[in-house]
Ligand binder design. Structure first.
Ligand SMILES: [Zn+2]
Length: 262
């Protein structure tokens, strides 16, 4: 049996003792994911493929039931101002369905709010609560509303992304678990539901990383379904291969993970 060299022993020590202090790599097993229900909420068709597509593919493959909710109609997602709006909306929903199918998503919902005009209203929160009480997710995946800008990438996060995160978090807590909020839903047979975990997309500050290396091809294939967005361009693929800049060796997706108290 070979003994470890001094150098490799040092690497071993750094890997196992330093890494958990910086953030947590996911270690879900088949048993843990089997039958788990996940609701992923995005602002536009293609958001979820770009930011969390590998995680969705991974969780689906491990036996989770994944649902999508897309809040806007994607009607600003073209520079062709002559293209008919309804036609663009239909194209983007069709692309979204194809992409979700590639990732193993069970079912999806479209709210078709106007792209670029999303506001965190009482009505929007109520509609999200209705989906949460229908699907009864263990985990909700969405944007971190505090992810405002990204200096390293020279990017400002889209306002619809931030509003999606805020409205969804509000719907998760406290509204979907509170009997006195939207009592008419109770009367319609929609009982309260408590989500137990939030995974919030934030590429800068995160405490949870999914290694998606085995699912990267699936993610890129799903992105390729968004033909109108050219999401399989070299620039996009380069970005998604290195989404979490602090993770040098693995293709990964990164989140703020919050386990909610009962
Ligand atoms: Zn978007």
């Amino acid at each position: 049996m070979k003994t470890r060299s001094h150098k490799s022993r040092l690497i071993f020590i750094i890997y196992f003792f330093y890494l958990p202090l910086s953030h947590v790599y996911a270690t879900f097993t088949l048993m843990e994911m089997q039958g788990k229900v996940i609701l992923a909420v995005g602002a536009h068709p293609d958001d979820l493929e770009f930011f969390v597509g590998g995680t969705i593919a991974k969780y689906s493959a491990l036996g989770a039931k994944v649902y999508y909710l897309i809040l806007t109609d994607g009607s600003k997602g073209s520079e062709d101002h002559l293209l008919d709006k309804d036609e663009l909306v239909q194209i983007r929903q069709d692309e979204q369905r194809k992409a979700a199918e590639i990732l193993g998503v069970m079912d999806m919902f479209f709210f078709a709010e106007i792209d670029g005009e999303l506001e965190n209203t009482l009505l929007l929160r109520k509609k999200i609560v209705e989906i949460i009480r229908t699907v009864k997710p263990d985990t909700v995946v969405t944007f971190d509303p505090s992810y405002l800008y990204d200096v390293a990438r020279g990017m400002v996060n889209h306002p619809d992304h931030r509003t999606t995160g805020q409205a969804t978090i509000d719907a998760v807590f406290p509204f979907s678990r509170n009997k006195r909020t939207f009592p008419e839903l109770l009367e319609q047979g929609q009982d309260v539901h408590s989500v137990t975990e939030l995974l919030l997309v934030n590429l800068n500050q995160y405490n949870f990383v999914e290694d998606i290396t085995p699912y990267l091809d699936q993610k890129i294939k799903a992105l390729g379904s968004h033909i109108s967005q050219k999401d399989d361009s070299e620039d996009v693929i380069r970005l998604v291969k290195n989404l979490c800049l602090k993770e040098k060796k693995k293709s990964s997706e990164c989140f703020v993970k919050i386990t909610l108290a009962p």
